[in-house]
Ligand binder design. Structure first.
Ligand code: ADP
Ligand code: MG
Length: 464
């Protein structure tokens, strides 16, 4: 009989998934009411699912988040194993019955997931120094990051990496984590977005588990990586908690790295004592890359792909997309996908056609905030006043965030100006909204086409 019982961590991890609103109640009911805990071993938990379809869906949608929750909760790298209940398996053994141990599962045809190459559960495996192209714009930051991964906790502590959207902050920060992880040393690395940190903290207050939260971040970490700390603005309670976390880790010579969309001095609604902590160690910035660096980034990316995009096309992309590495990469990805699907070689004409939108994207002088608000509210069947008003129901906030995002994309109004046109909201709210949409685009494939269509309508109206 197995002496391990991690059922409590399993239960808590799916509970958190629900409570943190990482998935809707509907989705939760769909996927999690039919999964049952079966058994544990030293480094795994086995759960049962009704079909292969179930297993694949749960693996695709939730495996990463579940495994990283399990790590956070238990401090162990627990892998999730699945087995499919056959029709004649009447039920799952209950606690008092025989616990099925891993090797016994053979009898009921376990569907054990292939174990991935060893990678840190919270880090993207491809965010490495090898994949990070160094140019004039980022050489200082890149060298500092390498220095940190060679000697965490010693020279550059804390380190704050700042720069605009899509400049490579997350990539560089995760490279530090991946490098230390690869070195094989027994170093506990925790990567967390500021947003998740906030929601975990709030959750711990609700559940009265503050002590566990404190332990997790103050006593159980060697390298703490917190992404997008500007998200802590106006969150006084969490700032306070972070301040104490910071001090505990700093005193214990543990490495901390933060990313931020601006230098700490420009943070608003931040406790001064926390700002000064961020300023203490090394602050490095990531600037927009110049033409040569942009080209090097694309070439590096194209080398990884089986489809070859001609140099002249890459040069054209680099001339036209100048500000943001994320957009630059997205343009190349689009062409690679096109070539793959249509089976054609990419010429400059095809590229121009496919990337029209990205090339024209930046500024359209004649587009007003008012027009975007009208078109978006019409589409969602609400009024422009709803967008400007105070209501925070989902029916309104989503269109509001979309409107702000579109205005940021197609005009050059500042976030402060945009905030004013949305009932006098703070510029950080505007930034936060845009970030929300960007984040959702990454996980929900329906959002990008929706935004693109709205942008098209906004532009068309402009020409009438
Ligand atoms: P940020 O966190 O600053 O918004 P990301 O780290 O998410 O930006 O980077 C956006 C995209 O650009 C990612 O796909 C990342 O891999 C890529 N990227 C950024 N900087 C570089 C670089 N120097 N070399 C290669 N890829 C980069
Ligand atoms: Mg980022």
């Amino acid at each position: 009989m197995s002496s391990y019982d991690f059922s409590i961590f399993w239960k808590e991890s799916i509970k958190q998934l629900k409570e943190d609103k990482l998935i809707s109640n509907q989705e939760f009911d769909m996927w999690f009411t039919n999964i049952n805990y079966v058994s544990s071993s030293e480094n795994s938990i086995t759960v049962s699912v009704p079909s292969n379809f179930y297993k694949d869906q749960v693996v695709q949608r939730y495996l990463d988040v579940l495994e990283s929750r399990l790590l956070q909760l238990s401090g162990r790298q627990l892998k999730l194993h699945f087995f499919i209940i056959q029709k004649n398996d009447k039920k799952i053994p209950s606690k008092n019955e025989v616990i099925i141990e891993s090797h016994e599962l053979n009898e009921i045809k376990p569907q054990i997931r292939q174990i991935k190459p060893k990678s840190h559960p919270q880090l993207r495996y491809d965010y490495t120094f090898e994949n990070f192209v160094v140019g004039n714009n980022n050489i200082f930051a890149a060298n500092a990051a390498k220095g940190i991964s060679d000697n965490p906790g010693s020279s550059y502590n804390p380190c704050l990496i700042y720069g605009g959207v899509g400049m490579g902050k997350t990539h560089l920060m995760q490279s530090i984590g991946n490098e230390i992880f690869k070195s094989g040393a027994d170093t506990k690395i925790v990567f967390i977005s500021a947003e998740t940190f906030v929601s975990e903290f709030i959750q711990s207050l609700k559940n009265k588990t503050q002590q566990a939260f404190k332990n997790r971040y103050r006593n159980n970490v060697d390298v703490l990586l917190i992404d997008d700390i500007h998200e802590f603005h106006s969150k006084e309670g969490t700032q306070d908690e972070l301040f104490h976390t910071f001090n505990a880790l700093y005193d214990a010579n543990k490495q901390m790295v933060f990313t931020c969309d601006r230098p700490p001095s420009e943070l608003v609604n931040f406790a001064n004592r926390l700002k000064s902590r961020f300023e203490m160690g090394l602050n490095v910035d990531l600037q927009p890359p110049n033409y040569e660096t942009r080209l090097a980034i694309l070439k590096n990316m194209n080398d990884e792909s089986k489809i070859n995009i001609p140099d002249e096309v890459m040069e054209m992309i680099c001339k036209n997309i100048t500000t943001n590495i994320r957009d630059l990469k997205a343009a190349l990805t689009k062409l690679i996908a096109y070539a793959d699907l249509v089976g054609k070689n990419i010429t400059t004409e095809i590229a121009q056609n496919q990337l029209k939108q990205a090339f024209n994207a930046p500024i359209q002088a004649n587009i007003t905030i008012d027009r975007v608000q009208r078109i978006v509210s019409e589409y969602f069947n609400i009024t422009p006043n709803d967008l400007k008003g105070k209501k925070r129901t989902k029916v309104i906030t989503f269109p509001r965030q979309i409107s702000m995002y579109i205005i940021r994309e197609v005009t050059d109004f500042s976030t402060t100006e945009i905030g004013l046109e949305f009932g006098g909201r703070d510029h950080t709210t505007v930034m936060h909204s845009c970030q929300r949409i960007e984040d959702r685009m990454k996980t929900d494939s329906t959002i990008e086409p929706l935004v693109m269509n709205l942008i098209r309508s906004v532009k068309e109206h402009g020409n009438k």
